[in-house]
Design a binder for this molecule. Structure first.
Ligand SMILES: Cc1cc2nc3c(=O)[nH]c(=O)nc-3n(C[C@H](O)[C@H](O)[C@H](O)COP(=O)(O)OP(=O)(O)OC[C@H]3O[C@@H](n4cnc5c(N)ncnc54)[C@H](O)[C@@H]3O)c2cc1C
Length: 251
């Protein structure tokens, strides 16, 4: 983080946001809908920081991307994957309840953002819960009636692990220029034309062939190893480094 972004971040106040709804999305991911007392407008791709504080004063801060589209209700949706040996994500999954207040601050993040003015086509590449900020872009694109050609290449473990699967399948069949390409690393897709292997350069080339023209922006999000692999594969497939933006979750 640069000094400037650390200063900006420090100026964004914490607030106690109430959990208004919890929705199980997959066996490992739950969505938490928060109503901040001072609602804020975010851009698609931004995140919040979430802080838990124990009675002895010990606190843990983690970042979570905002899944909701900008301009929606004032509630924000976070989709959190449970890491078995984690500190914050198991607490959210097992202890947090509707009605609880949890400290959040946001919106944060200035580089992993898409606005309508940025145009397209877009190539979005996500691994697991790395879909979350890309989903905000996809939902925003739909909410403004954009027909910017957009291809989502999403890597998940199994068909059941595909976050927002029904919503993505519905968007894929809507004919508005959005298409979904799934790759399952531990399973087989229920659709023809999907893949069952880790992302590689050949898969990126096939994704590019499904777009009408070369992408103007490429967004890649997921765990650190996932982002490294997908970024290397994108470069090997001939995409230029300056059009690629990445967001890395964890170590
Ligand atoms: C900008 C940003 C946005 C993020 N958005 C989301 C989001 O939308 N949804 C979401 O679920 N997570 C997201 N994360 C990751 C999140 O901040 C936490 O890192 C994650 O929830 C783990 O926290 P924890 O306290 O449960 O685990 P920790 O106690 O921090 O870590 C436990 C173990 O898991 C490893 N680890 C940490 N994170 C990951 C990871 N993502 N994958 C694999 N291993 C990991 C650690 O090295 C450690 O060994 C985001 C991270 C960043 C930086």
């Amino acid at each position: 983080m640069t000094d400037a972004s650390a200063t900006r971040k420090a100026s964004v106040p914490w607030q106690n946001a109430r959990i208004v709804r919890i929705v199980r999305q997959t066996s490992r991911i739950k969505s938490f809908f928060f109503a901040p007392p001072h609602p804020f407008q975010h851009l698609a791709g931004q995140h919040v920081d979430l802080r838990l504080t124990a009675p002895d004063g010990y606190s843990a801060v983690r970042s979570y991307s905002i899944a909701s589209a900008p301009g929606s209700s004032g509630e924000i949706e976070l989709a959190v994957e449970r890491l078995d040996d984690g500190e914050v994500s198991p607490f959210l999954h097992e202890v947090a309840e509707v009605g609880d207040e949890i400290e959040l601050r946001g919106p944060l993040g200035g580089h992993f953002i898409w606005t309508a003015a940025d145009g397209g086509p877009l190539l979005l590449i996500g691994g697991g819960s790395g879909l979350v900020p890309l989903m905000a872009m996809i939902r925003y694109r739909r909410s403004i009636g954009s027909d910017v050609p957009t291809l989502l290449l999403l890597s998940s473990r199994t068909w059941e692990d595909v976050l927002y699967r029904d919503e993505l399948l519905e968007l894929d069949s809507s004919g508005d220029g959005f298409s979904l390409m799934l790759t399952l690393t531990r399973g087989v897709s229920a659709r023809s034309g999907d893949y069952s292997r880790r992302i590689d350069a050949a898969m990126i080339e096939e994704a590019l062939a499904r777009l009408p023209v070369a992408p103007r922006h490429v967004f890649i999000c997921g765990s650190n190893p996932f982002v490294n692999t997908a970024a290397d594969a994108s470069l090997a497939a001939g995409l230029a480094a300056p059009i690629i933006r990445t967001e890395r979750y964890g170590t």
